[in-house]
Design a protein around this ligand. Sequence first.
Ligand SMILES: Cc1cc2nc3c(=O)[nH]c(=O)nc-3n(C[C@H](O)[C@H](O)[C@H](O)COP(=O)(O)OP(=O)(O)OC[C@H]3O[C@@H](n4cnc5c(N)ncnc54)[C@H](O)[C@@H]3O)c2cc1C
Length: 339
Amino acid sequence: METILLMAHAEAGEALGKQAREVLAAAVAVAKDCGGTLCVGLVGADVQAAAASVAGCGAARFLAVSGEDFANARYGTDAAAAEALCRAADATLVLVPATSRWNRVIAGVAHRLGGRADTHVTGLAVNEGVPRATRWWYRQRMEGVFSRSTRPWLLALEGGIAAAWEGAAGQAVIEPVAVAGTTTRSRLEGFESPPADQQTIRPDADLLFVTGAGWTKKQPDGEVKTAKAEELIGTFLKKARASLGSTKSLVDLGGEGQAVISFLTHMNQVGQTGSTPRHPKGLATCCHGEEPHTVGWRFIGERRAISLDPNCGWARGKADVLYVADAFAVMEKVNELLA
Ligand SMILES: Cc1cc2nc3c(=O)[nH]c(=O)nc-3n(C[C@H](O)[C@H](O)[C@H](O)COP(=O)(O)OP(=O)(O)OC[C@H]3O[C@@H](n4cnc5c(N)ncnc54)[C@H](O)[C@@H]3O)c2cc1C
């Protein structure tokens, strides 16, 4: 019988976060479908509030590694905490949210436990009593369903693949788990992050706004209007709180020393050699809709595009709605309406 352990990081005084509750919902379903035992393992400075917020999830045990040493992301302490929780629960199937913090340690933890780890899991179901995971291969072109006989089997589940667990809060009886011999050579000095309006990658945004090389091309009136493009895009992002994506062509232009949108980097690139973000809606502007780009749109719910070219890739079935229009004019009007 499987012992399913959900592991999550907890913020002191706060309910368990949304992505962790999504994985909890998957863990609850798997435990039910394979007749296994569910355990919750939390890591953080103080996990009391997080445990209380999911007290009604039906977990047989709430285990916790807590204390100031475990408040911040650090490979040594995160891996040691995870290893201790897995051993204390005697877990066979371990589920974590695919945050950068968990993705960093999950392979190392599996190695210490003599188990196996899989990341970027996009689905989990029980078939004939066996838990099976779904993920994509070959740059998101092929989807596969697989299981493993090795235990423990650690899985990092992508965000947005299950509805977050909602249920009764209450009193959770927490079993503290001791971590032996962690050394903390690195110390957190503080956080440095760009101002909110310069942070253009927003995974939680409702809209992905994608820019293409067309913004920097000579326009029908013979002019190149990169500065205007930057102003229109920047204003729209601030007003709509959208996440900014780009085609490869546009971010590559910057590397060639050409004038481009200043706040774009390769981190914004969407596609086969870029990222595959998840947003309910996407709007492509001045972008041709080539296959290596649109393959990165796989998980975007509703796709719209603005292009001057009625024969572009978007028009050939890749967008739900294509506006054959000048994106400069459209975005000017949209910004006016948003004001
Ligand atoms: C191995 C490989 C991997 C690749 N990986 C990726 C990837 O990960 N991501 C990616 O994006 N690409 C990738 N590419 C490149 C991809 O094939 C395309 O070359 C690229 O996506 C094209 O970018 P674009 O649409 O911005 O530019 P263009 O093809 O130059 O298209 C610009 C578009 O803007 C339109 N336009 C111009 N002015 C306006 C205006 N005023 N209003 C509206 N529309 C306007 C034009 O009509 C045109 O359709 C890859 C290619 C290869 C070979």
